[in-house]
Design a protein around this ligand. Structure first.
Ligand SMILES: NC(=O)c1ccc[n+]([C@@H]2O[C@H](COP(=O)([O-])OP(=O)(O)OC[C@H]3O[C@@H](n4cnc5c(N)ncnc54)[C@H](O)[C@@H]3O)[C@@H](O)[C@H]2O)c1
Length: 286
């Protein structure tokens, strides 16, 4: 039988591979025979090569790119920050946007020339980005006027405190939702032209996942309510990083050959449950 998940000898780049989903997908790629190039600000063990990089810094990304192989088969753009702190690091609000969105787009566009036909890219967004269609004008403006790393930084500096960017949230250190909406828009808008080069790109939108990020969100919100709201009453738990990593393996394999420019929701059906009023956004049965 065909081994559809054979990544033997494939060069896979994973950002944010030190913890959570990135760690899980890097481990699975290694088990499946891939060479894994892990880009992260925190150390990553047990991969082919760890490349230390702060993804809010263009010079560091450029340096990291020089350490990647000439041929790349898979790119998983996964790194993100929920707020302005992570482990020992503190970031500014514009830097958070750089990690979550600008670095992803820059890396995708920089690495495509190294990706042979049949390669694939999976970007990790979130169910929090699901209302991206409400902001087509703003996201289109970012896409068109932020088409280089430097221009996107300027766009962010000029817009980052707009109410629509912050979604009216009371958490001034968190523009997480907007960055996730921007990722979905970017993948969809760029996907047709990327496919012309023979490379597929899709975006995964997980619901709550049991990773260090949940602890960080709970710290920002000030309660552990997020943890409950991040799942649905049928599962009564968040996804494991391994469950979400499996979706990324699928998007990276030929099993998903017909998918391009798709946003796939991985939340145990929580989103339709809320949409059709089967449960509340807080995870209670209706
Ligand atoms: N945990 C959740 O509930 C949840 C829900 C939906 C979507 N997501 C998304 O899943 C993806 C993975 O998140 P996770 O839950 O595994 O989080 P995590 O916090 O465990 O992992 C984030 C990774 O990004 C790295 N990172 C952070 N800042 C960096 C920087 N400046 N430069 C380089 N690397 C940096 C961290 O070191 C870490 O390895 C993210 O895109 C996140 O937004 C998470």
């Amino acid at each position: 039988m065909n081994n559809y998940l054979n990544f033997k000898g494939k060069n896979c780049v994973v950002t944010g591979a030190a913890t959570g989903v990135g760690r899980a997908v890097a481990t699975k790629f290694m088990e499946l025979g891939a060479n894994v190039y892990a880009m992260d600000i925190n150390k990553v063990s047990d991969v082919t090569k760890y490349i230390k990089v702060d993804l809010c810094r263009k010079d560091q990304i450029d340096n990291a790119i020089t350490q990647l192989p000439d041929k790349i088969d898979v790119l998983i753009s996964n790194a993100a920050l929920a707020g302005t702190t992570f482990m020992d690091y503190v970031f500014t609000v514009p830097e958070v946007f750089s990690v979550n969105y600008i670095a992803c787009r820059y890396l995708v566009e920089s690495l495509i020339p190294r990706m042979p036909r049949g390669s694939s890219i999976a970007v990790v967004s979130s169910t929090t980005g699901e209302n991206w269609k409400d902001k087509m004008d703003l996201l289109g403006d970012l896409y068109e006027n932020g088409d280089t790393f430097e221009k996107a930084v300027v766009w962010a500096e000029n817009h980052i405190y707009d109410e629509r960017v912050f979604n009216g949230t009371e958490r001034p250190d968190c523009l997480y939702t907007f960055s996730k909406e921007a990722l979905i828009y970017f993948v969809k808008r760029a996907s047709f032209d990327i496919l012309k080069k023979g490379v597929r790109i899709n975006v995964l939108c997980p619901g709550g996942i049991d990773t260090p990020m949940v602890d960080e969100i709970a710290r920002i919100v000030g309660t552990h309510e997020y943890d409950k709201a991040a799942t649905n009453p049928i599962m009564d738990r968040a996804a494991t990083p391994e469950e979400i990593a499996d979706c990324l393996l699928f998007l990276s394999s030929s099993l998903s050959f017909s998918l391009n420019g798709c946003d796939i929701t991985a939340d145990f059906g929580f989103t339709p449950g809320v949409m059709f009023q089967r449960c509340t956004p807080n995870g209670e049965f209706i």
